[in-house]
Design a binder for this molecule. Structure first.
Ligand code: HEM
Ligand code: HEM
Ligand code: SF4
Ligand code: SF4
Length: 386
């Protein structure tokens, strides 16, 4: 391998803020591969040392493995204001935006990622809610107490299924095809009998958000350089809140179709308990993430993606908050109005799932699994090479 100075000189020559994001990751990782100071921080550096070159597919894989914790930025002697302008989390974040667009299905819709901002997300939720509100107003059923809080009298069950199922099924299909293409671009090789262990490790790393611990357990770097577990905890509240809401809807669907038990369910029923706990967690988690997002140092990640992040945070919050208000007031004449607003938020969330920030969970999950498989295979780089 070439001496560090030569590599750095070559890499510096490539430094260009307008460079193709995967080329910038290649530049950055060539320097890191010679330095290796940050090896213990996360999975990116051990995965990097298994490579001598970084073609675009590998750059996409490593970018989705990076959790943007900031540890390597704060530790790096070449980070800004150094002339090399080495900023690993930003380079990785810029490639992640390309991952979502480049692997999107159908490919023509990849451009939507650039548009999925805060204004569009909130406007979509408001527009869809308004559409449903106007439909109820024309029907004369916008403001009325509904016997037994039976919301199917307002929007029949079949209408809700016809509205949500196709949108949700399309989101699953589009993200599924996207992640399959991502996987095939740089497959980790056969996992063999180790597959079970690799899946368990990847799931545990995703569920614990292991790589937001900064490599030492104290968490990410704050905007003021101190360590914080706040991002990890706020994400946990958001993630588990979302999962509980999802579980509530799934249990409700099971009750409906398998047992013939029709909603609304009582306050101590499983769907209600899961939904309430999930809604409170999700609303609290998104408020917390929003505050942290607004405080983040511009060098942590890619400021151009802030609006996509905030749009997703806002839609999650609106869905949880409108659900909770609906539940609290479902015995009042406000039920139809609040139901229309909640369904508008849910529809906007589902519609933007495949072309917004939600994609990160799917690609990150795949990258964590790739790494868990790859690390169990012998490295193809001979020991003497470095
Ligand atoms: C495999 C599962 C997941 C992993 C490993 C993961 C990991 C991460 C990481 C590392 C970040 C910070 C870097 C970035 O902005 O990309 C992040 C951001 C975020 N995640 Fe996840 N995530 C997962 C799933 C989810 C799910 C299911 C939700 C909620 C539905 C969610 C909600 C968010 C939100 C709202 C942000 C933006 C926070 C901000 O920009 O301040 N994540 N996620
Ligand atoms: C298929 C899509 C969905 C439909 C048709 C739907 C419909 C409803 C209805 C009718 C209620 C009122 C329940 C009651 O008052 O008894 C409700 C409540 C709620 N919804 Fe949704 N919702 C959907 C998806 C979601 C999603 C994806 C989330 C969050 C991510 C969510 C969060 C909530 C919360 C927190 C409540 C209040 C707690 C509860 O009643 O369980 N909903 N939803
Ligand atoms: S980020 Fe900086 S300190 Fe860390 S490995 Fe790369 S060059 Fe070395
Ligand atoms: S920002 Fe954190 S997760 Fe990303 S490469 Fe650096 S140390 Fe690893």
């Amino acid at each position: 391998m070439q001496p560090l100075e030569t590599l750095v000189r070559e890499a510096q020559a490539l430094a260009d803020p307008t460079a193709e994001p995967t080329a910038e990751v290649r530049r950055v990782l060539q320097i890191c591969n010679a330095c290796r100071c940050c090896e213990g921080f996360c999975a990116v550096f051990p995965a990097m040392t298994r490579r001598l070159a970084f073609p675009p597919a590998d750059a996409h894989f490593l970018a989705n493995l990076c959790h943007s914790c900031g540890a390597c930025l704060h530790a790096c002697q070449y980070a800004p204001p150094h002339e090399f302008q080495l900023n690993v989390p930003r380079a990785m974040a810029r490639v992640r935006a390309r991952t979502y667009a480049d692997y999107a299905w159908p490919p023509a819709l990849g451009v939507l990622y650039q548009r999925s901002g805060l204004t569009l997300s909130v406007a979509l939720a408001a527009g869809l809610a308004l559409f449903l509100v106007l439909a109820l107003a024309l029907d004369g059923s916008l403001w009325q107490a509904v016997p037994g809080a039976d919301f199917y009298r307002i929007f029949p069950h079949s209408l809700m299924v016809a509205l949500f199922l196709p949108v949700f099924a399309f989101a699953v299909l589009a993200l599924g095809i996207g992640v399959k293409r991502f996987w095939r671009a740089a497959p980790p090789g056969p996992a063999g009998p180790q597959l079970g262990a690799a899946v368990a490790e990847a799931a545990s790393n995703a569920l614990r958000l292991k790589y937001l611990d900064g490599g030492h357990g104290d968490g990410c770097n704050n905007e003021d350089d101190a360590f914080t577990l706040a991002r990890r905890r706020a994400h946990h509240a958001t993630f588990y809140g979302f999962m509980l809401c999802f579980a509530a809807t799934s249990v409700g669907t099971l009750y409906h179709y398998a047992f013939g038990w029709v909603a609304p369910y009582g306050y101590t029923s499983l769907p209600k308990l899961l939904g309430t706990a999930g809604g409170v967690l999700l609303a609290a988690g998104t408020i917390w993430l929003w505050r942290l997002n607004r405080r983040r140092h511009p060098l942590h990640g890619d400021p151009a993606q802030q609006t996509m992040d905030r749009g997703f945070i806002a839609l999650l919050f609106l869905t949880a908050a409108t659900g909770l208000v609906l539940m609290a007031l479902h015995t009042t004449p406000a039920l139809p109005l609040l139901l229309a607003v909640h369904l508008g938020a849910v529809l906007a969330l589902f519609a933007t799932l495949p072309y917004g920030k939600f994609a990160h969970g799917v690609y990150r999950g795949a990258a964590l699994l790739k790494w868990a498989i790859e690390k169990r295979r012998p490295s193809t780089i001979a020991l003497g090479d470095d």
